[in-house]
Ligand binder design. Structure first.
Ligand code: MN
Length: 321
């Protein structure tokens, strides 16, 4: 691998599963391990071996979808502390290889904000990851703003990760293709639509005016938003709209990562819209393997200076690694 030993590589959307969480979700059962689940439950040998083979120095670990978001408040609050403490143990076992994003019980926003604070100040976590809707609600709903207020106060980013779309959306948009193409619900399209919608709603909600230093990360090269930024910005400025600059708010508060989207045209579009300083490398392991991600880096048409920003410089600054 070209990058092994040549340039520091940090990947920040790298998942694992906590058995105490996954046992609450049908089909995520830890008893039935294939190549994917074996990797998700591994926080040591398999993970480190595959990082070494690809030349990835550090993974910022996060629970896979749907994590604590698709649980009732009581269950999620009861689990959160243990989940984050166990992730902390995994990071402590290999402090030069792993860092952590907290899992938050968003269905109890005050408890989620408190757990974010505990995870950052006591466990050294770098922020938190949130997966899709909570109780059918997008996070721009004002009930969730205590989480954003706390993230702002702690100066840590929140990573907005996809999860399976709302059941009504599944019914209306995707139902008739799920059997032949189950990925239409997830990485094929459903994830993209839902997470891009979450980001747009956050911009429109006024949460960034309320908390001006708030920082949000999107994976998958921004869930298609860099490609659509000009059109969204123009349309939101038309008569009848409130008139804030979508572009200015999005560009000031969002960072994006390359997770699971190793496309040079998409990367160059993102660089042209947001600038290289807003883009960070990620793989999305083990849903996507490290090898193709690192091989792609060879073909990325950026200067050595910009590649260094992409692979470690920007994230080191944002997460204060
Ligand atoms: Mn992911």
């Amino acid at each position: 691998m070209t990058y092994a030993g040549k340039m520091r590589v940090i990947a920040i959307e790298e998942h694992y599963w906590d058995p105490e969480v996954s046992k609450h979700f049908k089909g995520y059962d830890s008893g039935r391990r294939g190549p994917l689940t074996e990797r998700l439950y591994d926080l040591d040998q398999i993970r480190l071996k595959e990082m070494d083979e690809a030349g990835i120095d550090l993974q910022v670990l996060s629970h896979g979808a749907p994590s604590l978001q698709k649980m009732d408040a009581e269950t999620a609050v009861g689990l959160a502390r243990g989940v984050n403490d166990r992730l902390h143990q995994a990071c402590r076992a290999h402090p030069d290889r792993f860092a952590g994003f907290a899992a938050l019980p968003t269905s109890d926003p005050k408890a989620a904000a408190d757990e974010l604070e505990r995870s950052v100040t006591r466990l050294g976590f770098k922020g938190a990851m949130v997966h899709g809707l909570t109780n059918g609600l997008f996070l721009d709903d004002k009930r969730f703003w205590p989480i954003f207020e706390r993230a702002r106060a702690l100066d840590v980013p929140l990573y907005m990760h996809p999860a399976t779309p709302h059941p009504a959306v599944v019914e209306a948009y995707y139902k008739d293709y799920i059997e032949a193409y189950p990925s239409i619900l997830t990485a094929g399209w459903g994830f993209t639509v839902e997470t891009a919608t979450q980001a747009i709603r956050l911009v429109l909600s006024g949460v960034f005016e309320a908390y001006p230093g708030l920082k949000i990360i999107l994976g998958h090269l921004g869930e298609s938003l860099p490609f659509s930024l000009w059109r969204i910005d123009q349309a939101m400025s038309r008569a009848g709209n409130r008139g804030n600059s979508f572009r200015d708010t999005f560009s000031a508060h969002f960072w994006i990562t390359t997770s699971g989207n190793f496309s040079n045209p998409a990367l160059l579009c993102s660089v042209m819209e947001l600038g290289i300083d807003r883009i960070m490398f990620s793989v999305d392991w083990p849903y996507v393997m490290n090898g193709p991600a690192v091989t792609w880096l060879d073909s990325v048409p950026l200067s050595a200076e910009d590649k260094a920003k992409l692979l470690h410089g920007n994230v080191t600054k944002l997460l204060r690694l």
